[in-house]
Design a protein around this ligand. Structure first.
Ligand code: ACM
Length: 521
């Protein structure tokens, strides 16, 4: 019986499957062209735990990692892979393309190759294939909220590896929110000392009156975050830091109440879920604070994009603030409703002066400077509106990419964000159209995992997978008939199992009709 076609996730752009295989063994050596060494290091690092294979370098090795800047048509991340019974050739024009190809090689091996434990006795066969693979979308992201529930840096490294396996190239770290501040800032030590700990957490959705009575805390060190960046870079993953402003800042205001819009008030780190009225003030010290925090961010994270939040910013406190009224008058604004855009514009200018791209959540009816990259989430229409305004756009419509919602309507699902079901197919179907007639550019798509309902690593795994694999498949490969995509995703479950990912259901797939007319989640 011929071996079945490899079920790769994401599916490559072009794949020809031939009979036969190449066998990796203890004597297999690797020929590495100049500049390809980091790819060889990654290959060895990733496959050594399960296979124990050394893959020593040798000038005449049958396994070739070739960096060839003259190769056309592959872009930064594309690669070509030819496997025959006596040779493997992975080629790319950029190192990142080789890193992507190595993840394909890992997936072509038996699933046991992904195990963290030694798996003796498995024949390490690579099927004979000819692959040319170029991503359809440049931005294939995953946002993890470590503010609602903190996860240690070892967990983040594990996620970087999971993202890289799926060719997801952005990990957005949601580092600060009302319920916790996780980023160390030398000039403001209380941000982590006070803002990094809350007394307890709400149980159930926003508005619940039940609390768990258990403190929750956690912060990263500067060294941990720098090491994480290095780790991610070696895997071709960009860490995009997110620091929320001017709303979602209650943890910061618990540490430094004078930065708020209400003088003399003392606040706790928020123990509720939902949208908090508490916002930064618009006086100079509040803006200076944001600039100082962002200077720390820029020092740690080399990412071109720096996310400054900007979502869900109530104006009640500004409407009652004398300082806000002064600011509105001095800047010629029409009222408190224009302060959010003004604030983000000022802070965005600070980032642009330092060569970075300010990035923010798109809210209804706003106008941010066109240099901002925006992330649309509330309504699919917002993607088109933002493109027409000339923005670069990452689409994260909540009904297709918010992984804090349940993945099926089954009563067996664990507690999740109420209000929608985001099933595997809804994620895979998410493919907003680009519009070349606008001045904007659709960069790609991103999944969001807000963690009110994900207190543990196992919860995060359950919510993230397999849905993130579906997002990665669509964003890299584009459309394929759902039965085929679903079969590939289901087969991919063997790899997730080998990796110890405590994933959610593939089957039974329960279709859930999507309701229309919901403007916000
Ligand atoms: C968001 O969901 N508040 C971006």
């Amino acid at each position: 019986m011929p071996a079945s076609r490899p079920a790769l996730v994401p599916a490559p752009t072009q794949l020809t499957h031939r009979p036969g295989h190449f066998t990796l063994g203890p004597h297999t050596t690797v020929r590495i062209t100049p500049g390809a060494e980091p790819a060889a290091t990654l290959l060895r690092t990733l496959i050594a735990p399960a296979t124990g294979l050394p893959l020593h370098p040798a000038p005449d090795g049958p396994f070739v990692l070739a960096l060839d800047p003259g190769l056309g048509g592959l872009g930064t991340e594309g690669y070509g892979l030819t496997i025959s019974h006596d040779a493997v050739l992975l080629r790319a024009a950029h190192l990142t393309g080789l890193l992507r190809g190595i993840q394909t090689i890992r997936q072509l091996l038996p699933a046991e190759a992904l195990s963290h434990r030694a798996r003796p006795g498995v024949p390490w066969h690579l099927p004979c294939v000819e692959i040319t693979d170029v991503p359809r979308r440049a931005w294939r992201g995953f946002m993890l909220d470590v503010a609602r529930h903190f996860q240690p840096v070892a967990f983040l490294r594990r996620y970087v590896d999971l993202l890289a396996l799926h060719k997801v190239n952005v990990l957005q770290l949601h580092l600060t929110d009302d319920q916790g501040w996780r980023l160390p800032v030398a000039d403001y030590p209380l941000l982590t000392e006070v803002g990094g700990r809350r007394a307890q957490s709400m149980v159930g959705p926003a508005g619940s009156d039940v609390f768990d009575g258990m403190p929750h805390e956690g912060t990263y060190t500067d060294g941990e975050l720098r090491d994480l960046v290095t780790y991610a870079t070696a895997r071709g993953v960009t860490i995009v830091p997110e620091v929320e402003m001017p709303g979602h800042t209650r943890a910061a205001l618990a540490a430094y109440p004078e930065l708020g819009a209400v003088p003399g008030r003392r606040l706790d780190v928020w123990t509720h879920w939902g949208v908090c009225d508490t916002v930064l003030g618009v006086h100079d010290p509040a803006l200076d604070f944001c600039r100082t925090v962002l200077d720390t961010v820029l020092d740690i994270f080399p990412s071109p994009h720096v996310h400054i939040g900007g979502d869900e910013c109530p104006t009640t406190e500004w409407a009652a603030s004398a300082a806000a009224r002064e600011r509105i008058e001095a800047e010629g604004l029409s009222g408190p409703g224009e302060l959010r855009g003004w604030f983000l514009g000022r802070i965005g200018a600070h980032l642009m002066e330092r060569g970075r791209i300010p990035t923010a959540w798109a809210e209804t009816g706003e106008s941010l400077p066109p240099e901002f990259t925006v992330m649309t989430w509330r309504d699919p229409e917002h993607t088109q509106v933002a493109l027409k305004r000339g923005h670069a756009v990452v689409s994260g419509h909540y009904k297709a990419t918010y992984l804090d919602y349940a993945q099926s309507a089954s009563p067996a699902e664990p507690p999740a964000q109420p209000g929608a079901v985001v099933d595997l197919r809804a994620v895979h179907d998410h493919d907003p159209p680009d519009d070349p007639t606008t001045g904007g550019e659709l960069l790609g798509v991103q999944a969001q995992l807000w963690t009110e309902f994900a207190p543990t690593a196992a919860h995060v795994d359950y919510l993230a997978f397999p849905r993130l694999a579906a997002l990665a498949d669509r964003a890299w490969h584009g459309a394929s008939p759902w039965p085929l995509a679903r079969a590939r995703l289901t087969a991919h479950g063997a790899r997730l199992a080998a990796l110890g990912v405590r994933h959610g259901p593939f089957d039974p797939y329960i279709p859930v009709p999507h309701r229309s007319g919901e403007e916000s989640r």
